[in-house]
Design a protein around this ligand. Structure first.
Ligand code: URP
Ligand code: ZN
Ligand code: ZN
Length: 488
């Protein structure tokens, strides 16, 4: 009698802690055992020493998202998660994006409907708050957190999205009360708006000026400010998409002061250079994202921060816009940098690019690759150990790698809807050969086997944001504040 439904036999099984030669026994949707010489399975798959990692967890990606401009990004849940699976990512955390005046509940319901219809990978949502009015924070947020939406994103820049300092404090205080994690797009809005206006007034409209208008100092200042607010309320914060040395240094300093900051960077900030945006005409718009691509010294600082554990995870920040009138060129073929949507596609290639750069490139080992792309995001956002690792009881989300296969990334469309990839021409060694989601083979040698709607919502609670907190700086000194309970 078979003990398992499926046994993957004799792989090099990689987790964030170790790489061991072992069998993986699967029953139903879950890993039932990991070990040597497991009993028989109804099906058996010999791996002959191939590397097996957990399925990737992409904890920052924009899918079917409505921008404040009224533009919806190029992907549906179907196209984005098809691309995710093809690249070895089995769990995604996109956004349910509130705009000013919106009911948060209605927004979340709308994204759920879209995901239920299309998703092929498992998913959760961060809720973007652009209008944290009392009714949203007090009436709408608590039941949404209780139903499994335990993270928020706020922007400190973009005219129609940003929150001011006081609103950020209100959001942090609400997050503390209701036990959720606030993720922040940390760039100084005044610097960006002032620089943009001056550049445009002087006729500098080309995509490369996007980078000039988003100075490194703006990231550093915003990280410092967010860290100060986080310390004031003793409320952990995730700093999204760190792009430069100055930003990383502020994270390092804040952590040294004991501030509970998590920090993320993205594939593009590790691998792509700002000079891509210097291409003639609007071509450079294909590499325009916010924060912008930077220089060699910034990439070096980000890699060092990954090695030293200053950065916790690497996401794609997949934000796909086509190079046509439906996307980047919605304001015309001669649009200025200030009129072009920000964002790059990257959900499909994140895992292969990082496997190549980290593991094959020798910069980080296989365990760190797994930690940064799978385990840490699952832990931080409350999905671990169901997702992000290979252990008895976890979902059987697995990637079997062909570590010796070299792939040169072709120009032109991939499996998402962006119609291009910013990584064209790059060669990577290592490619996902088989991808399993909850025990089911969903990609086999480049062939997609999953159907739209087969992805599942992952309600979350806790995560690292739920760790016990101390007293806040605002409450620390009852004599001086007259004993007021400032967070009630
Ligand atoms: O350029 C980017 N990353 N666009 C997406 C929005 C964001 O701020 O993450
Ligand atoms: Zn952002
Ligand atoms: Zn983003």
């Amino acid at each position: 009698m078979a003990e398992f439904d499926l046994v993957l036999r004799g792989g090099r099984v990689a987790t964030a802690e170790a790489v061991v030669t072992a069998d993986i026994g699967i029953v139903g949707e879950q890993v039932a055992a990991v070990g040597r010489d497991l009993g028989p399975g109804r099906e058996e798959l010999p791996l002959d020493g191939a590397i097996v990692t957990p399925g990737g967890v992409d904890s920052h990606c924009h899918i079917e998202q409505l921008a404040a401009t009224g533009l919806r990004n190029a992907d549906t849940f179907e196209s984005a998660t098809r691309a995710a699976l093809m690249g070895g990512t089995t769990t995604v955390i996109p956004f349910a994006a509130q705009h000013r005046g919106d009911s948060l509940r209605a927004v979340v319901d709308d994204y759920h409907r879209r995901a239920r219809r299309g998703a092929l990978a498992d998913y959760a949502f961060h809720m973007i708050l652009t209008d944290p009015r009392p009714e949203v924070l007090e009436r709408e947020l608590p039941p949404l957190v209780r139903s499994g939406h335990s993270s928020l994103k706020v922007y400190l820049t973009y005219e129609r999205l940003r929150v001011d300092d006081e609103q950020l404090l209100e959001v942090l205080a609400a997050a503390r009360r209701h036990r959720c994690l606030v993720c922040v797009h940390a760039e100084n809005h005044g610097m960006i708006a002032w620089l943009k206006r001056r550049l445009v007034a002087r006729g500098h409209r080309a995509p490369r000026f996007h980078g000039v208008s988003h100075p490194r100092l703006g990231e550093a200042e915003a990280v410092y400010r967010v860290a100060a607010m986080s310390a004031l309320l003793d409320q952990p914060v995730m700093i999204f998409h760190l792009s430069c040395r100055e930003g990383v240094e502020e994270v390092r300093r804040a952590r040294a002061r004991g501030v509970k900051l998590f920090a993320e960077t993205c594939t593009q900030y590790l691998l792509l250079d700002e000079c891509e945006t210097h291409r003639p005409g609007v071509e450079g718009a294909m590499w325009m994202c916010s924060p912008p691509l930077r220089a060699e010294r910034d990439r070096e600082a980000l890699w060092r921060a990954l090695e030293e554990g200053v950065l916790d995870c690497v996401s794609s920040d997949h934000a796909p816009y086509r190079m046509d009138e439906t996307g980047k060129l919605a304001r015309g073929p001669d649009a200025g940098f200030h009129e072009i949507a920000n964002g790059l596609p990257g959900i499909e290639l994140r895992m292969p690019l990082l496997f190549d750069a980290m593991v094959q490139g020798g910069r980080l080992d296989l365990c760190r690759f797994v930690a940064l792309t799978c385990t840490a995001p699952a832990r931080i956002y409350g999905l671990h150990p169901k997702k992000g690792t290979i252990v008895a009881g976890a979902d059987a989300d697995l990637v079997v790698w062909d570590a010796e296969r070299t792939v040169t990334i072709a120009p032109g469309p991939r499996h998402d809807n962006a119609g291009y990839t910013p990584y064209a021409g790059r060669s990577v060694r290592g490619w996902p050969r088989l991808v399993f989601l909850r025990g089911r083979l969903v990609v086999e040698e480049g062939r997609l086997l999953a159907e739209p709607g087969s992805g599942r919502f992952l309600p979350r609670s806790g995560g690292e944001a739920a760790a016990p907190r101390g007293r806040t700086a605002a409450e620390l000194d009852p004599e001086r504040n007259g004993g007021a309970r400032l967070l009630d």
